[in-house]
Design a protein around this ligand. Structure first.
Ligand SMILES: C[S@@+](CC[C@H](N)C(=O)[O-])C[C@H]1O[C@@H](n2cnc3c(N)ncnc32)[C@H](O)[C@@H]1O
Length: 220
């Protein structure tokens, strides 16, 4: 169920066809499983035709962070992935409005896209304010989370960063245990408050007076 002010209940103008063609790829997980070779890797050369550092925003929603990063740093590429169409339409319209050439979006389930990640190709992976699940202490669910984090980590280049944030204390504790105790990653000291990381949901939670918590790891 959507939390906060999710745009799924609003009418959002779809992007013009040529804008969608420039920014959006729509991939079904089943197709990736059946024919993985038909899909490009989630890398700068495959998606952007250059070797610039690649940042991936897993569950990018309205694409606030993705578009900000692409605009702030023209020498990087940004990929936003989300399964929901309407937030992606907002993200694409925003990227078009800002005239960005270094950003793309994939509509799809990021779990299904993980096989398209290549080792040591991503400079920063963001996993920000995912909908908190309710199965923190289920071993099977945590095994899935651990596998997800391991795959993201192995896709990072040396000195690459993985950033996670949430408004849920329980979810934060659960992910913190996996990251620090089970996976033994190098913690990167991140002052999330002053990190400059702005997302649609961060803004919603903070405007309601909620605390947000972030953690980052760096690959040495
Ligand atoms: C609460 S929103 C957060 C969006 C954004 N990161 C932010 O902070 O504003 C979570 C987003 O993750 C997306 N999402 C959840 N599970 C996903 C999955 N398996 N694959 C792709 N997107 C997913 C949802 O559609 C939603 O847009």
């Amino acid at each position: 169920m959507a939390r906060g002010r999710h745009p799924s209940r609003l009418y959002i103008d779809p992007p013009e066809p040529q804008v969608a063609k420039k920014y959006l790829r729509y991939w079904y997980g089943g197709d990736i499983i059946r024919e993985p070779d038909r899909f490009p890797g989630l890398t700068s050369p495959d998606l952007f035709g250059n070797c610039n550092p690649l940042e991936i925003d897993f569950g990018c929603g309205m694409g606030v962070l993705s578009c900000n990063r692409a605009q702030q740093s023209p020498a990087i590429n940004v990929l936003g992935i989300d399964v929901s169409q309407k937030p992606l339409f907002c993200a694409i319209n925003d990227a078009h409005h800002r005239g960005l050439d270094n950003i793309k979006f994939v509509r799809g389930n990021f779990n299904a896209l993980l096989p398209l990640l290549k080792s040591e190709t991503v400079s920063t992976a963001y996993y920000l304010f995912p909908n908190p699940p309710h199965d923190y202490f289920h071993q099977r669910a945590n095994t899935g989370r651990k596998r997800f984090l391991e795959t993201l980590y192995s896709s990072l280049v040396k000195d690459g960063r993985l950033v996670f944030a949430t408004d849920s204390v329980d979810f934060f504790k659960c992910m913190e245990i996996i990251i620090t105790k089970e996976l033994n990653y190098n913690l990167f000291s991140l002052d999330f408050d002053s990190s400059g990381i702005s997302t649609w949901y961060r803004n919603i939670w903070e405007s309601r007076g909620k605390d947000v918590m972030g953690i980052a790891v760096v690959k040495r």
